[in-house]
Design a protein around this ligand. Structure first.
Ligand code: BGC
Length: 765
């Protein structure tokens, strides 16, 4: 044993030693390079313009090409194809004085050409390995096509479904958000950034972007430090602790100072407290926009940004055009510019670009590693894991079993504006998607159902009655190709085919561009014209299944009460149509669980499970005067955080605790036995929540602390044990000290954040 320990020690010590020369080698290389650089060239490295006007074969003469030759560009983003990237890289390494390679970024957010579910959907899989794998595949494809840097993960915690960008994040929970952010970073960056199939990740948007007032995009945020540290910061920190190489500043202000100029945030928190060593890029025109925020003209806001700790300027060209002058005036130091330049060069070095600037430009890989059958297969499987079964009532007279899964026989009416539309399948951030090859619900159902099923199809309705709204919600070309017929004519056609069918499937909800950037909304119900369609279909008396497309939690109280089966499918990516059919026909048993709370109406927002108690909480019946509640609706959501059904059912035994009184660093074992009481093999996400009953500051009514996704055969039982330590009880107190406090804790385990079995422990220091 002793020998083993010594061997281990020598090995780890060796690893530490081996790392140091590598760092020293990098430092020596960059020192030598920076000695040769003029101040202009250093400032050039801080400049990140968009892809510009690059045409293959013309790169050198393009406007961007000219700028590159002048040493005024550090990288480019959202430029697609090996040919183009190679062409501009050639300009950088052959036609500039110091031959410094460019870094190429892109919004590879939920896949590259193979598109996975939107991040909010992906988060509902609660499957960290799967999430990591999707990021891995995205990195393989992007790097095969010239990209070495992705603007992902987006770790903005959000509790406001009005905000369109809720679609790009992982929901409302700090703990889950941190796990997912870390999994994505691992997937993108792998173990060796210099490998030709790993890419640099960028944690965004730092910070608090998801808390914009009224859910209006780019809007002000204002919150206490206590809330920042305990609730909104953990997902960023989780991704940064996993080794993310870059961070993107957010558009919003914090404490009256835009994040892009916020030194407390970018230097005190990010670098000094969290030890972040990578580089920080602004968001698109983030520096220039600070003039509209009202904190100065271009030179002033550029200075504010570099002083705050920003390294790279995306699109504004404010650094490029003003920093030199600011140095001359003594308002910015050369040392500050050196520090920013060094961090960017370090990233390029770590990516291996100085060894081989064409490392990510392998035509052969581009042909063989992108949109492969294996990647598409994973996309199909992943999409099915992201779907959340919200409701599944039995057929009239049916026993126990719900309408879903559907039988592969008889006639099915497939109706709805999203039933047969390729462009809307991939979802909001799919820059590189092959829209023409996306699989629609109609196509997927036809192929999966086989020849024993007759599928009738009608559109049934447009997305919205208002054609101008529909135009706004499809601006980037993901049109639903509006049908010019009157609504009643379309509904009649749909009702006719419903009447000829055994079951009706309605593909309805939001279009892909109703969520995402600059797609905030004040009404979160399904558009009325589609509700009218659903009404009419329900009236036929046929069993109706709603296949719900959305990029945000919707207010579907009426649907939850009236439609017998609801499968929420988000935007599932390239293979969504197949995945939807796999779930509808039972090849896959749904297991997704919501990562946001679904409110009854927009007035309840923000509604989230890990809220605080008030001094007058509502206990017992609604309504009570002088208690925390509303006159018109209860405080309850329609669907709580963590909720999602399966084709099978699970029962939970009581929570068993290894002890009810603990001391110091002891480990509490909390167990529960879960039994599959239904007829199908199924997956279940077993969730552990803790409540700290008394604190020096008020504590949430419950907080997710652990979870485990298990698979059980029909009739099978398994005991799941969570090991809880004081580390799980820690929080930032009033002085922002991260520690735990002795006292009583409620330990809760269950199938969602509402339906929980409980135990209690006392834990002293
Ligand atoms: C978005 C970022 C994105 C950037 C580059 C911005 O408008 O806020 O999330 O990475 O554009 O495309």
């Amino acid at each position: 044993m002793k020998q083993l320990i010594i061997a281990f020690f020598l090995l780890t010590a060796g690893a530490v030693r081996a790392q140091q020369p590598a760092d020293m080698k990098m430092k020596a290389f960059i020192d030598a390079l920076m000695k040769k650089m003029t101040l202009e060239e250093k400032i050039g490295q801080l400049n990140l313009p968009g892809s510009g006007d690059v045409v293959t074969g013309q790169a050198s003469n393009s406007d961007i090409g000219k700028k590159i030759k002048e040493g005024k560009v550090g990288g480019l983003f959202n430029i697609k194809s090996v040919a183009k990237i190679k062409a501009v890289q050639k300009v950088a390494v052959e036609e500039t004085r110091l031959k410094i390679p460019l870094i190429f970024g892109m919004d590879v957010i939920h896949g590259y050409e193979t598109v996975f579910p939107i991040p909010l959907g992906l988060s509902c899989s609660w499957d960290m390995q799967l999430i990591e794998q999707t990021a891995r595949i995205a990195a393989i494809e992007a790097s095969a096509d010239g990209i070495c840097w992705t603007f992902s993960p987006m770790t903005d915690l959000c509790r406001d479904p009005r905000w369109g960008r809720i679609a790009e994040g992982s929901g409302e929970d700090p703990y889950l958000g941190a796990q997912i952010g870390a999994a994505m970073v691992r997937g993108y960056q792998g173990k060796n950034l210099a490998a030709n199939n790993t890419i640099l990740s960028c944690v965004k948007h730092f910070a608090l972007y998801g808390a914009s007032e009224a859910g209006r995009d780019y809007n002000t945020t204002d919150m206490s430090r206590y809330r920042m540290y305990n609730e909104y910061f953990p997902p960023y920190k989780g991704a940064i602790d996993a080794g993310a190489g870059s961070v993107m500043a957010s558009f919003n202000e914090i404490d009256g100072v835009p994040a892009t100029a916020n030194r407390w945030l970018m230097t005190n928190v990010l670098r000094n407290q969290w030890g972040f060593k990578g580089f920080v890029v602004t968001d698109y025109t983030g520096i220039g926009e600070m003039t509209s925020h009202g904190i100065g003209d271009t030179p002033a806001v550029s200075r504010a940004a570099i002083n705050a700790g920003i390294d790279m300027d995306m699109v504004s060209e404010a650094f490029l055009t003003t920093l030199m002058q600011s140095v001359k005036q003594g308002k910015v130091t050369v040392a500050q510019i050196d520090a920013a330049c060094r961090r960017i060069l370090e990233a390029k070095y770590k990516l291996g670009l100085f060894d081989d600037p064409y490392r990510y430009c392998d035509e052969n890989r581009a042909k063989t590693e992108v949109f492969t059958p294996a990647h598409r297969k994973t996309a199909r499987e992943t999409a099915a894991q992201s779907f959340v079964l919200l409701k599944n009532n039995p057929l009239p007279g049916g026993v126990g079993v719900g309408i879903l899964p559907l039988k592969k026989s008889g006639t099915i009416a497939l109706i709805g504006p999203l039933a047969d539309n390729k462009e809307n399948m991939p979802g909001t951030w799919a820059v590189a998607a092959r829209f023409n090859e996306a699989i629609t619900v109609l196509q997927g159902m036809k192929e999966v159902a086989g020849s024993n099923v007759k599928i009738l199809h009608a559109r049934g309705s447009n997305l919205d009655a208002d054609s101008l709204f529909e135009e706004r919600a499809g601006m980037f070309g993901k049109s639903l190709r509006r049908d010019s017929r009157p609504a009643d004519v379309m509904i009649k056609e749909a009702v006719d085919i419903a009447n000829q069918s055994d079951v009706v499937v309605v593909a309805a909800g939001e279009s892909a561009e109703m969520s995402g950037e600059s797609s905030s909304i004040t009404g979160i119900e399904i558009p009325q014209v589609q509700k009218d369609l659903i009404h009419a279909l329900l009236k036929t008396g046929k069993p109706v299944v709603l296949v719900l497309f959305t990029g945000r939690p919707l207010a579907i109280k009426w649907e939850s009460e009236n439609v017998p089966a609801i499968l929420n499918v988000w935007f599932g990516g390239s293979e969504a149509g197949y995945a939807i059919a796999d779930v509808l026909f039972g090849a896959v048993n749904p297991s997704g669980k919501l990562t946001t709370t679904w409110p009854q109406n927009i007035g309840q927002v923000p509604l989230f499970y890990n809220h605080k108690n008030t001094g007058r909480p509502l206990t017992g019946e609604w309504f009570q005067k002088f208690k925390t509640n509303y006159l018109d609706v209860t405080n309850d959501p329609v669907y709580p955080f963590g909720y999602g059904l399966s084709y099978t059912s699970f029962s939970y035994g009581d929570v068993k605790l290894s002890s009810t009184s603990l001391k110091g660093n002891q480990v509490l074992k909390a167990s529960v036995t879960v039994t599959n009481t239904g007829a199908y093999t199924g997956k279940e996400v077993v969730q552990l929540y803790i409540r700290d009953l008394v604190g020096s500051v008020t504590r949430p009514v419950k907080e997710l602390k652990a979870f485990e996704k298990i698979e059980l055969k029909a009739g099978e039982s398994r005991t799941i044990t969570f090991n809880i330590t004081p580390a799980d009880l820690k929080f930032y107190n009033y002085d922002l000290k991260y520690d735990w406090e002795a006292g009583e804790f409620e330990i809760m385990i269950g199938t969602n954040s509402r339906d929980l079995k409980k135990g209690k422990v006392n834990w002293v220091k």
